[in-house]
Design a binder for this molecule. Structure first.
Ligand SMILES: [Zn+2]
Length: 407
């Protein structure tokens, strides 16, 4: 996963070496008990770094491991994410597990996609639905009163940890909401299709379940009204469906004029990665719906061109759309690599399958190595045309025959 970078300041080679040594030790560990040895030491070091308010040593150690130890790199990312999103805190002598969670929403609209503050009644309804359908019975939890766009999520490790800490503190204090200052939120980019996040934190007595799928069973609820009947257990899939049904109703007032789909709420990083992964086929479907309705053509009159784009390594595929009998690129979308995907992953097949599901019957895959290029004027990515050149997508104005440059 690509990490946002903070500006470079002084770094400590000694700390970087030590982080790298601990992560490599964990990667080479031969038993669970040895894992715990390395994990505890690594977590303590990472926490000390998060408290310094600077990501630079963590970034430098990541770079070092990326070049020298792929397994250690994976373990280190996992350890950093764990230190950021979860912890154990004491209250009145009792240990509590706390976790920052995210509930992602995939959405698209020809108009605008909402972000920012959530009104009190909508937030209260969301709380109720999360409690009833997603979270374990005895959790305490808090929700941030904001619908975050990807631009509004905290940038970098220590800022993410700072937000997690605020959420943990609020939930441990028995608060229900964490108020966000809208003036501190970044501006949201405007896209046809995008992701939104609800963020919150859960606190439970140490070792208790946080999510409903962790519960062994829950007596007399939902599947049966008889309190004496045997308990029922819900699978993650059933919980997702219940959240989609009830959470969608709760969110509908915010998403006027938008299509939207709720994903399963989960630990912050896991939910984020899941959303990044699923946003790609979702935005492909959204784009083709949009093109069909705006151009008034069916999907089988459209053609797609797919090509790989490189920086130092393969970063993303860009997909262009055009009318079948024309070469002008009307619209383009980016299919970014997520998590540990690289050029050995079967991304092209996934893209082709998604396009076929959308009714596109004519897809050309180019194997040129394109460099990541953007329009100098507006910053939009450039897209491949059928001749293997990168060009600016030019969408026709409604009612016009000739395509226009969009700026
Ligand atoms: Zn441009």
């Amino acid at each position: 996963m690509k990490k946002p970078r903070v500006p470079h300041r002084t770094k400590s080679p000694r700390v970087v070496q030590e982080l790298s040594r601990l992560a490599s030790g964990l990667a080479a560990s031969g038993s669970r008990i040895e894992d715990a040895f390395w994990e505890n030491r690594l977590a303590a070091k990472i926490n000390a770094q998060l408290r310094t308010g600077d990501d630079q040593n963590l970034e430098a150690a990541l770079d070092q491991l990326y070049d020298s130890n792929a397994v250690g790199y994976g373990e280190f990312i996992y350890a950093i994410e764990a230190a950021i999103e979860c912890s154990t805190l004491m209250r009145e002598g009792v240990g509590h597990d706390v976790l920052m969670f995210a509930a992602p929403v995939l959405t698209w609209s020809r108009f605008s996609i909402p972000s920012g503050l959530i009104s009190e009644p909508v937030l209260a309804n969301l709380r109720e639905q999360l409690q009833a359908h997603v979270l374990a019975k005895e959790v305490q939890f808090v929700l941030a009163d904001c619908l975050f766009s990807p631009d509004q999520l905290p940038r970098g490790y220590h800022l993410t940890h700072e937000l997690a800490s605020k959420l943990w503190t609020a939930t441990m204090a028995g608060e229900r909401d964490l108020h966000m200052n809208p003036r501190q939120l970044a501006e949201t980019g405007r896209f046809l299709s995008d992701t939104r996040y609800l963020l919150g934190a859960i606190a439970v007595q140490q070792g208790k379940p946080m999510f409903r799928w962790q519960e062994a069973e829950r007596a007399g609820m939902d599947k049966s009204t008889d309190a004496n009947s045997p308990g029922v257990k819900f699978s993650k899939q059933e919980i997702l469906l219940a959240w989609q049904t009830h959470g969608t109703e709760a969110l509908r007032p915010l998403f006027q004029g938008c299509a939207f789909e709720l994903l399963i709420p989960d630990g912050f990083f896991s939910a984020w990665r899941m959303a990044d992964r699923l946003a790609r086929p979702y935005s492909t479907h959204a784009t083709i719906d949009f093109l069909q309705s705006t151009l008034n053509v069916s999907a089988n009159r459209l053609r797609a061109v797919v090509a790989p784009f490189y920086d130092q390594w393969l970063e993303e595929y860009r997909i262009s759309f055009m009318l079948k009998d024309r070469d002008e690129v009307l619209y383009g979308i980016v299919w970014a690599l997520v998590g540990d995907e690289d050029e050995n992953s079967d991304t092209v097949t996934q893209i082709e399958t998604t396009l076929r599901e959308c009714g596109i019957t004519h897809t050309t895959v180019l194997d040129n190595r394109f460099l990541l290029e953007y329009c100098e004027e507006c910053g939009a990515p450039l897209f491949p045309n059928p001749e293997g050149e990168v060009v600016h997508a030019e969408f026709p104005d409604e009612g016009e025959v000739a395509p226009v440059h969009l700026h």
